[in-house]
Every structure is written in structure tokens, then in C-alpha cells.
Design a protein around this ligand. Structure first.
Ligand code: ZN
Length: 456
């Protein structure tokens, strides 16, 4: 490493730029962990294959602790809705300390997998009985502290959750801790926005159309923060949700949203699984990001996103690990492509032109969409961007004799050995030689918390 003043310089054998690999690239990291024009001085060599870190655009951190606990057959019609009951029961015991311990462990796992930014769709606001905490934003603060401990950058999306269904019914006892009225929600948003920094962005999340009545949606979208911050919503994940929306609002969810809100590049439509051709084209044209979570969508039996049509229409997408049944951009992108192959009985679906690489197409798309959904200019290693990067293990047999043309395809599709060796966020190394600097302490605390939760 070369350091002049506070500027540090690094050299990469091959560096992934927006238009492909650059050979023998120099990177300089200056104030606030941002990249700046190279100083041209001797630099520390950091590895042969260097990629921008991947944003994870959809996370419910607390669900990490129940990953694998809903895989035993229950009622004959196990579905998303029966999984949700297990999740509600589990969530009931989680307070700020538990959330911080679970989230810190999750964020270490994310960093080690190559995620450098996470969007938290945070609806666990109040105490289990629905009463606010003494400090109303305590659960959100627990996530901020966990992200700082682990060293991952955070887009915090406090969630507005008002009703228990499209008919406007009240929240159930288990849902009460998710709820706010609009005024209370805007107060929470204002409190959290004061904490924004280089590694914390705050945005808006509407839980779903079933949980947010039209008038409330209008009021939140008319607020000042909504003009420029990311806006996320769960939409069209389930057929039942599409049917309920049709029955109560006379339109399908995506159709209804576009007819009642100004959906543009601020928006991230999470899942957007069940779409008509017209809805697919509308999302693509709008600049909104389709927030795809293929491992969770497979685990929950949600369905398949119309990937080919969406890409052909110029649509923007990103990936999230959502329920954290798996925490790996490699697995999300594999599932995204393989789901399409299985259903169409064709290969190389994400690559839309002859000669294009599936791996490059998917990695590039997920960086771009993930950055947009995070509300930040990340996802590219260029001047002014935060220095978030991933160094792959060039000594792995999985990458032996791979060149720039085949590297990303081998990274995403070959084998099951982790290839992410080092990870930097905002100019700081958080993972070196496959190890996070605080992983033992964070894992031990997580183990204690989960044992306590399991013990009831
Ligand atoms: Zn979700």
C-alpha cells in the first residue's frame, strides 16, 4: 500500500469496469473512503480479479435466525402463508438486542459473500405487544449499530404497515408491532434521516398494497422525503395477493400501482413475480428496479419472474436475499438463470444477444439495479464512488486458466467453494483472506441469542 496524506493506492491485475475488464488498473482511495484520480504512485497489489461489491436490495435481517426452521411438512397446503405464521411466531421474541446480534451475524455473512451494501426492509418496529419502545426507533437503531459493527453500508427502509388486508381490516395481534399511522411513520422517517452519512441512507418502504391503504400511500408519497429517496414495496409475490387486489381494487397490483402513483427510478418493486406482458413492459419503461430474490422465491414457492421479456424491454433489476434462506449473490443469480432454464427448457436466458456472457450480463445488471434501489451511486469502481470492492481467490482451481472472457461465468456458475477472498467497504478492508475481522465475537453472541430464542 502506498499512502500519501490520507490517500491510499492499490493495483488490480484485472478490474471490472462498467464496460468490461481493465488490465493493470490503479485505484486510489481518498477522503470518506471514495475513489479518486489515481496518484500514479507505487501501489499495493490487491489481487488478480477485482469486482465492485454487490448491493443486496432486500433484507429482513431477523429472518436469518429462522432460516431452515420451516422446512418440515405441515398442513397439506404448505405455502407462503403457512411459512408466514412460523415467521410471525419467531419474530414475537425479538427485541433490539436480539435484532442487533442476528443482524450483525447476517451482515458478516453478507460481506463474506461479496455484498457491500444492504437495503433493510424494516417492519419490526414496536414491542411484541404492539406498544412502542421507550425510544420509538430502537429497532431501527439496532440495525444501524449492527451494520456499523460488521462494516457493511446500509440503506434503511422503515416500513409503513397499516392494515391486515386489502379490505382494510385491522392488524392481528401478531402484526400490531409492525404498525404506524401516517403521522407516526413520517416522524420515524424524519428521526432516522437525521442520521444519514456516507454509509447510511434512509428511504421509504410501503409494506405492500394489502398493508397500505390508498390514502395513506398518497400522503407518504406527497411528503418531502419521498421526492428524492428510494421507495420500496413488496408487490405481486403471490397469486392470492393478485386475486385479492383484483377483487377489492378492480386491478392487478402492478397495474393498480402504476395507475395511482408516479412510479419511476426511485422505486424498487420487490418480487414482481406475477406480471402480465403489459405490466412487465410498464415496469421496464418506468426505470423502477425489479427487486428479485430468487433463492427466497424458490424456497417459498412464489413463482418465476418473466426475465427474458423484462430484459428485452430494457428493464432494470437487482437482487436481494430477503428471508436469508441463502446469503450469496452467486446463488441468487444462479437461481435466477436456472429457474428460467428449467421452465423454458433452453439455456443462456439472461444473455439476450449472441456471444453475450450470462455471468457478465447478470452481474452487471444486479450492480446497476442494486445501486439504484440503494439510492446511491455505488456498483461501479470509478472516481467519486465509494470504494466498495471484492477480490476473488485467483488461486482457486475453479478459476484456473480462466480469462477475462470466462471469469464471471465461472465465478457464478462453477462449483460451490466460496471465491470471495477480500472485501472492502468505503476504503476499509472488512474481510481479508476469507476472514471477517470480528467474526468470532459476532458469531458467539449470535449463537447465545438464537439458543435463547429456541429455548422459548
Ligand atoms: Zn420481503
Amino acid at each position: 500500500m502506498s499512502e500519501i496524506g490520507n490517500v491510499r493506492s492499490f493495483e488490480a491485475g484485472r478490474l471490472w469496469r462498467i464496460d468490461g475488464w481493465q488490465e493493470d488498473a490503479l485505484l486510489s482511495v481518498g477522503a470518506h473512503g471514495r475513489l479518486q484520480a489515481s496518484t500514479g504512485t507505487a501501489a499495493e497489489s490487491i489481487g488478480h480479479w477485482v469486482l465492485p461489491g454487490m448491493p443486496n436490495l432486500h433484507s429482513h435481517a431477523f429472518q436469518r435466525a429462522m432460516a431452515g426452521l420451516a422446512e418440515r411438512k405441515g398442513r397439506i397446503d404448505d405455502s407462503f402463508w403457512s411459512w408466514r405464521e412460523t415467521m410471525y411466531a419467531f419474530a414475537a421474541a425479538i427485541g433490539p438486542d436480539e435484532l442487533k446480534a442476528i443482524a450483525a451475524q447476517l451482515y458478516v455473512e453478507m460481506l463474506k459473500a461479496g455484498y457491500t451494501q444492504v437495503c433493510e426492509f424494516q417492519y419490526l418496529h414496536h414491542q411484541p405487544d404492539g406498544m412502542p419502545h421507550a425510544q420509538p426507533e430502537a429497532m431501527s437503531l439496532a440495525l444501524i449499530e449492527a451494520a456499523r459493527e460488521a462494516g457493511i453500508a446500509l440503506t434503511l427502509l422503515p416500513v409503513l404497515y397499516i392494515s391486515g388486508g386489502f379490505d382494510g381490516r385491522a392488524l392481528t395481534a401478531r402484526q400490531r408491532r409492525f404498525g404506524h399511522d401516517v403521522a407516526g411513520y413520517l416522524r420515524l422517517l424524519e428521526t432516522l434521516r437525521k442520521l444519514e452519512s456516507v454509509d447510511l441512507r434512509v428511504g421509504i418502504a410501503l409494506h405492500s398494497l394489502r398493508a397500505v391503504p390508498e390514502q395513506a400511500m398518497r400522503e407518504v408519497l406527497a411528503s418531502d422525503p419521498a421526492k428524492a429517496c428510494p421507495i420500496h414495496i413488496h408487490i405481486a409475490e403471490q397469486i392470492g395477493e393478485v386475486q385479492d387486489c383484483l377483487a377489492t381494487r378492480g386491478a392487478r397490483p402492478v397495474e393498480w400501482l402504476f395507475d395511482h402513483a408516479d412510479v419511476d427510478a426511485r422505486w424498487c418493486l420487490v418480487h414482481a413475480t406475477h406480471l402480465t406482458a403489459a405490466e412487465t413492459a410498464r415496469i421496464a419503461r418506468s426505470g423502477a428496479v425489479a427487486g428479485l430474490c430468487p433463492a427466497t422465491e424458490a424456497n417459498l414457492g412464489d413463482g418465476l419472474f418473466p426475465l427474458a421479456d423484462y430484459l428485452d424491454a430494457g428493464g432494470t433489476l437487482g437482487i436481494g436475499s430477503d428471508s436469508h434462506i441463502s446469503v450469496s449473490p452467486v446463488e441468487e443469480l444462479r437461481w435466477l438463470e436456472y429457474g428460467q432454464r428449467l421452465s423454458t427448457r433452453h439455456r443462456n436466458i439472461a444473455a439476450r444477444r449472441e456471444g453475450d456472457s450470462v455471468g457478465e450480463t447478470l452481474w452487471r445488471a444486479a450492480l446497476h439495479g442494486g445501486a439504484r434501489a440503494s439510492g446511491l451511486s455505488i456498483g461501479e469502481l470509478r472516481e467519486g464512488a465509494r470504494a466498495d470492492l471484492v477480490v476473488l481467490d485467483e488461486t482457486s482451481p475453479l478459476l484456473a486458466a480462466r480469462d477475462a472472457r470466462s471469469l464471471l461465468d465461472s465465478f457464478l456458475f462453477a462449483g460451490n467453494t466460496p471465491l470471495v477472498r477480500d472485501v472492502m467497504v468505503g476504503g476499509r478492508w472488512q474481510v481479508r483472506n476469507f476472514r471477517h475481522h470480528d467474526e468470532e465475537r459476532i458469531a458467539a453472541r449470535y449463537g447465545e441469542v438464537v439458543a435463547r430464542l429456541a429455548g422459548g
